[in-house]
Design a protein around this ligand. Structure first.
Ligand code: GAP
Length: 442
């Protein structure tokens, strides 16, 4: 299974999905850059999440808060205290962290794995804002996007005249000085989160917790993740994060084990009541009907865009023994195919002239390419045999290949090949855009 990770990492680099950050300088501490196809695919994931969490739901609005915020926020949220500044060791195997001073032996108490050196450790990434580098200018890169939502609770409530229950959704970068990052983009120090905070009456928190957990599982299924590769994990009380009353993790069956990709949390009134206390602002909600004021409880759904990217990539990766396309002699033993769900595929259509040494064909193909790229993410490819080009496209999950051949010049039709069925049909150029739109439902 480790082998599969190597194949995924190599495909990701070879085909422009993900590169090691600062590679020409030997790389930089578990940071990664998203290449041309990686950006397309990650944007598709974020767009699918945004659509699901706003348009497909009632009463959820968007926010984009700053990464740099008042350090007082992190005092109030518990991120600068709450055990983060202890001498910590981390198990290199299961990533559980322990206070070094409380350990009886130099092995992980949970799995007996090897431990890192003890370190004064706070996960927050510190920086300085302004010309002075002293305590007064200290600030932090946010460690979770949701704090920006809590501190804007009143702004959103009042400006949008929201009524509880309602949600605020946000996508953005977060930073954590992880002791042991690893497994490619699974655990990094800079990552993107997609978080939604659902503000509700305390009595309804349990019901909404169940609603959101189910909704979030269904989102993965709707994007093609195999049911057998997802499961949930009820986090035991003694492992809960400092803010959580209840947490269920959604786990994906990665080649390196079942690991969390998303958390659904009942944060109770931890955040709003602490921010109220520290800021002096009254962050309670006034229920007009019941004439009562209370701190709404918060149900949070929190998923990493990068982690889910990795899960989607792995889930769609297929090796087809004996090859799918039988058009060249040099057929490889195995062909790689990314069976990405249609809305996630980074390239929707490839445009291929049958041969490149016929200027009329190339010219006609380029015209079709210009036409299609207005509506779809497209690639034009004229290099190599047509079989090889189909394979190149299958490898990045391209949904359709449009081939321009000699008949095109006569009757203005092209061949439309479907990635999944490999069926080819003759289609009029004039109807191509509408046909593809209909099939991918955009
Ligand atoms: N606001 C709650 C929160 O941040 P979390 O369980 O610490 O909860 C939520 O993180 C999600 O963010 C995780 O399920 C994961 O998808 C992503 N995430 C957290 N730390 C990460 C890291 N170091 N690298 C990549 N993704 C990470």
């Amino acid at each position: 299974m480790e082998d599969l990770m190597q194949k995924i990492i190599s495909l990701a680099k070879r085909r422009g999905f993900i590169f090691q950050s600062s590679e020409i300088y030997g790389g930089f501490g578990s940071c990664y850059d998203f290449g041309p196809l990686g950006v397309e695919m990650k944007n598709n994931i974020k767009e699918a999440w945004r659509k699901e969490m706003t348009r497909n739901q009632e009463n959820i609005v968007l926010l984009d808060s700053a990464i740099l915020m008042s350090p007082k926020i992190w005092q109030a949220s518990g991120h600068l205290t709450a055990g983060f500044a202890d001498e910590l060791v981390e198990c290199k195997k299961c990533h559980h962290r322990f206070r070094a001073d409380l350990l009886k032996e130099k092995k992980c108490p949970d799995c007996k794995g090897e431990l890192t050196e003890a370190k004064k450790f706070n996960l927050m990434m510190k920086t300085f804002v302004g010309p002075l580098e002293d305590e007064s200018s200290e600030a932090y890169l946010r460690a979770e996007t949701c704090q920006g939502i809590y501190v804007n609770f009143l702004n959103v409530l009042n400006s949008m005249r929201m009524k509880i229950p309602f949600g605020v959704a946000q996508i953005g970068k977060s930073f954590r000085n992880e002791i042991t990052p690893g497994n490619f983009i699974y655990r990094t120090r800079e990552f993107e989160q997609m978080e939604m905070q659902w503000f509700c009456p305390p009595k309804e928190a349990d019901r909404f917790f169940d609603y959101w957990l189910e909704a979030r599982l269904n989102w993965y299924y709707s994007l093609g993740i195999k049911k057998e590769n997802l499961k949930t994990y009820e986090v035991p009380k003694d492992e809960l994060a400092h803010y959580a009353k209840r947490a269920v993790d959604i786990l994906y069956n990665f080649p390196f084990g079942w690991k969390e990709i998303e958390g659904v949390h009942n944060r109770g009134d931890w955040d709003l009541s602490n921010h109220a206390k520290h800021s002096g602002e009254d962050l309670r909600y006034f229920d007009e009907e019941k004439k009562e004021k209370y701190f709404p409880h918060i149900i949070e759904t929190s998923v990493g865009a990068d982690r889910s990217f990795l899960a989607f990539l792995i889930d769609s990766y297929q090796e087809v023994k004996g090859g799918r396309t039988k058009t060249t002699k040099a057929i490889k033993e195995e062909e790689i195919m990314l069976k990405l769900y249609k809305s996630l595929a980074p390239v929707k259509v490839a445009v291929l002239p049958l041969v490149k040494n016929k200027p009329e064909l190339v010219e006609a193909a380029k015209k079709v390419f210009q036409m299609l790229k207005i509506d779809f993410s497209c690639q034009y490819d004229e290099t190599g045999s047509i079989g090889k080009r189909y394979r190149r496209q299958d490898e990045i999950g391209t949904l359709f290949a449009v081939t321009i051949d000699f008949s095109t010049l006569e009757d203005k039709t092209v061949t439309l090949r479907d990635r999944d069925t490999m069926e080819q049909e003759r289609v009029k150029i004039d109807e191509l855009t509408e046909i593809i739109k209909k099939r991918i439902n955009v």
